[in-house]
Design a binder for this molecule. Structure first.
Ligand code: AP5
Length: 221
């Protein structure tokens, strides 16, 4: 495994493939995966104050207010494992104000990955998605079918309906331009319509390029 202390942001529309690629990235590059959507879903499940505030917004497919999200991300980024291994921030920032909040702290990525998938493919990916609550694995009924023996335990997210997907896509499209503006110098656009493995090859190539620039010796280890 590579242990370069990378700082990476991954962005893209709902169901563009962020979670799928994050699993592959952390396996190869040993980064700490910080998924804001996963953290929020845990807070909702555990009935915390933050979860209670976030639930209605998540159910509607719109952004949870900054007062809930920003401190959550800042405090996670300050923890020891993140400082030791580097980070992969998935689903943050999603607005100019969220980008501004971490800019103020001097938090910037080495690489900003933007996975591009046309809107018309996203609904199919959302409604076919199934999650394994035991392993956290992400499946798709057509594109990444689960093994038959685990089908009975798979779950669907409550926001994975066609109607909510359209709201989530609109929310993404309304905000992505402002977010990208903060990171044009480190941005790499990735074609997310390719197969999962082909997308990962492109992402790996981008990460390896950053590692080589940061620490040329690491590339030969
Ligand atoms: P979040 O959980 O981040 O959801 P999202 O952005 O809508 O993204 P998804 O998790 O739906 O998709 P993904 O890109 O990870 O795709 P996946 O790999 O699973 O956020 C949920 C909610 O939380 C938001 O709506 C908001 O309310 C709130 N929230 C989160 N962050 C926030 C923030 N910063 N501020 C405020 N609120 C926030 O893939 C999807 C499917 O496609 C899978 O079935 C997969 O198998 C399949 N697939 C993946 N790649 C491919 C491929 N290359 N080819 C074919 N199929 C593929």
């Amino acid at each position: 495994k590579t242990t370069a202390m990378l700082k990476v942001m991954i962005s893209g529309a709902p169901a563009a493939g962020k979670g799928t690629q994050c699993a592959k990235i952390i396996d190869k590059y040993n980064l700490v995966h910080i998924s804001v959507g996963d953290i929020l879903r845990d807070e909702v499940k555990n009935g915390t104050a933050a979860g209670k505030k976030a639930k209605d917004f998540m159910d509607r497919g719109v952004l949870v207010p900054d007062e809930v999200v920003v401190e959550m991300v800042k405090s996670r980024l300050a923890q020891d494992d993140v400082k030791q291994r580097g980070w992969l921030l998935d689903g943050y920032p999603r607005s100019a104000s969220q980008a501004e909040a971490i800019e103020k702290e001097g938090i910037r990525p080495d690489l900003f990955l933007l996975i591009q998938v046309p809107d018309e493919l996203l609904v199919e990916r959302v409604v076919g998605r199934r999650l394994d609550p035991m392993t956290g694995a992400i499946y798709h009924l057509k594109y990444n079918p689960p093994p038959p023996e685990i089908v009975g335990r798979l779950q669907q997210r409550s926001d994975d309906t066609e109607e909510k997907c359209r709201v989530r896509v609109d929310t993404h499209n309304a905000n992505v331009g402002a977010v990208v503006g903060y990171y044009t110098d480190v941005m790499k656009e990735i074609d997310g319509t390719k197969s999962m493995d082909a997308v990962f090859q492109d992402i790996s190539a981008a990460l390896d390029e950053v590692i080589t620039k940061k620490d040329p010796l690491e590339a030969y280890c």
